[in-house]
Every structure is written in structure tokens, then in C-alpha cells.
Design a protein around this ligand. Structure first.
Ligand SMILES: NC(=O)c1ccc[n+]([C@@H]2O[C@H](COP(=O)([O-])OP(=O)(O)OC[C@H]3O[C@@H](n4cnc5c(N)ncnc54)[C@H](O)[C@@H]3O)[C@@H](O)[C@H]2O)c1
Length: 265
């Protein structure tokens, strides 16, 4: 037994012949998932607003890069059309791009502009991406949509990012509803709820402020943050036929945070 993420040599090839669209593929969870999808045999469309990072991801996985601002309805439609035109199907939609800017903080200090921006990028984007992907999947009679929410969609934090949390609650509720609505058309829709992930941003923040890191780590039964590859492994499962009866869930990949009362010392 090992608790380290699977390596490329040990992954199965569950996604051969599938076309997968990944938004926010240039970095973090999106990048790790683009790599994992490709390792499992999928044709990957890497979408990002950051052209340099998105292109690099696409090159690495031998896929297609599409520059997209996920808040723009026309660009999102063009993204899914580009995927279909290039590869002939849209089998997997990983709607993952999101932001958590510092201006989004306690409700006492967060202004309307910051609130709206986060709602647009994190929630409206998922509405647009699902709306664009569904017609292809309905025609195929098959598809898996995974929308990135967060563990904060199911539990509250005293260290608030109010619009972020509300947006992720919205992603969760919307995914559940879509999963129910389209279940009999062969389409599954799940909300992925990751716990905190060990990203460069998080590392930098916590290196500066170890107390802040300790305050969070104490709540995680696993005693550490997730690696992006561990989240990607869960996404690949949800994308694959191995998850054929997993639908409309709040799929937690959080090291046990949401299940914990007292954690080990
Ligand atoms: N990192 C965590 O601890 C964590 C935990 C739970 C949920 N999440 C969620 O996972 C998702 C990915 O997070 P991450 O940590 O990998 O982030 P990240 O910042 O490393 O990557 C996000 C990517 O999205 C892209 N992006 C941002 N705005 C965009 C837009 N308008 N249009 C297109 N692309 C855009 C960025 O350019 C970037 O490449 C987000 O939805 C985030 O809320 C992250």
C-alpha cells in the first residue's frame, strides 16, 4: 500500500478514444488533469485565458490549445465547437477554471465588484460551459461533466472568502440538478469538491505565515494538503466508465476534512 499518487506508468487507459475539454488547463488541478487524461488515452483540449501556460500544456499532452475567457458565452461556445471539429466528439467536460482573489474576503470588507467578478469566473462560467457541452453530449447519448466546486461548498470556514464559497455552493447545486435532469440521456454531471491543494501559491503564503498553515493543517485528518495529481486521479475516475453509476454527487477529495470532528494529533 502507498498513499502517494499514481505514476504515469501505473495508470490505466480508460479514456482511449474520448475527447476531453479542460478549462484552466494551464496550471494546478487543470494541468495535472490534462496530463492524467492524456496518460489514460484521451484527446485533450486545453483551454485557458493564459495563452503561454495553456499552449505549453497542450504541447505537453499532444492536444489542442484554445484560448478562452470562461466568462464569455461566445468564446465558451467556440471552445466546445473547436473540440468537436478537431476530434469529432465531446465526451468529457472538466469545467475547472476558477479564481480566489485577495479582495474576496470577509463579507464585512468584500465589495460588490469583487463579489461579482468571482461569481462570473467561478459560477457563471460553469453555467456557460455546461450549456455549451450538453448539446454535443445529448446528440451522442453519452458524456461526463465534472465541475470543480470545493470542500467549502459543504462546510463553513471562519477564514471567509465569501463570494468564492457562495460560488462553489452554486456549482455544487447546479451540478446536482443537471446530473438529475440528464441522467436518462446517458450524461453524468458531478461536482468535484477538492480540499486544499499544495500549489505554489499556497506554499508561498504559508512559508510567509506558518501559523496560518498550522491553523488549516490541524483540521485535516490526513495531516497534509492534497497534491494536484491526487485530485486529477479522482477526475479521471469520474470521467471514465468506472464511474458509470456515480452521478449528481458532491464528490469530496479532501483527505477526510468534511468528515472530521477531532483529528489525530
Ligand atoms: N487549489 C486549491 O486548494 C483548490 C481547492 C478546492 C478547489 N479549487 C478549485 O480548483 C480549480 C482550479 O484551481 P487551481 O488551484 O488549480 O488554480 P490555478 O490558479 O493554479 O489555475 C487556474 C487556471 O484557470 C485559469 N483561468 C482563470 N481565469 C480564467 C478565465 N476567466 N478563463 C479561462 N481560464 C481562466 C488560469 O489562467 C489558470 O491557468 C478552481 O476552480 C479552484 O477554485 C482549488
Amino acid at each position: 500500500m502507498t498513499d502517494t499518487p499514481a505514476t504515469e506508468t501505473s495508470v490505466s487507459r480508460r479514456l482511449i478514444g474520448r475527447t476531453a475539454v479542460v478549462t484552466g488547463a494551464g496550471s494546478g488541478i487543470g494541468l495535472a488533469t490534462a496530463r492524467r487524461f492524456a496518460a489514460e488515452g484521451a484527446r485533450v483540449v486545453c483551454a485557458d485565458i493564459d495563452e503561454t501556460a495553456g499552449k505549453a500544456a497542450a504541447e505537453e499532452v499532444g492536444g489542442l490549445f484554445v484560448r478562452v475567457d470562461v466568462t464569455d458565452a461566445e468564446e465558451v461556445e467556440a471552445l466546445y465547437k473547436a473540440a468537436f471539429d478537431a476530434y469529432g466528439s465531446v465526451d468529457i467536460a472538466f469545467n475547472n477554471a476558477g479564481i480566489s482573489p485577495p479582495e474576496d474576503d470577509s463579507i464585512l470588507t468584500t465589495g460588490l465588484e469583487a463579489w461579482k467578478r468571482v461569481q462570473e469566473v467561478n459560477l457563471t462560467s460553469v453555467y456557460l460551459c455546461c450549456k455549451a457541452a450538453l448539446p454535443y453530449m445529448r446528440r451522442q447519448g453519452k458524456g461526463s461533466i465534472i465541475n470543480t466546486a470545493s470542500f467549502v461548498a459543504v462546510m463553513g470556514a471562519a477564514t471567509s472568502q465569501i463570494s468564492y464559497t457562495a460560488s462553489k455552493g452554486g456549482v455544487l447545486a447546479m451540478s446536482r440538478e443537471l446530473g438529475v435532469q440528464f441522467a436518462r440521456e446517458g450524461i453524468r454531471v458531478n461536482a468535484l469538491c477538492p480540499g486544499p491543494v499544495n500549489t505554489p501559491l499556497l506554499q508561498e503564503l504559508f512559508a510567509k505565515d506558518p501559523e496560518r498553515a498550522a491553523r488549516r493543517l490541524v483540521h485535516i485528518p490526513a495531516g497534509r494538503f492534497a497534491e494536484a495529481e491526487e485530485i486529477a486521479a479522482a477526475v479521471a475516475f469520474l470521467a471514465s466508465d468506472d464511474a458509470s453509476f456515480v452521478n449528481a454527487t458532491d464528490f469530496l477529495v479532501d483527505g477526510g476534512i468534511a468528515g472530521a470532528y477531532v483529528t489525530p494529533v
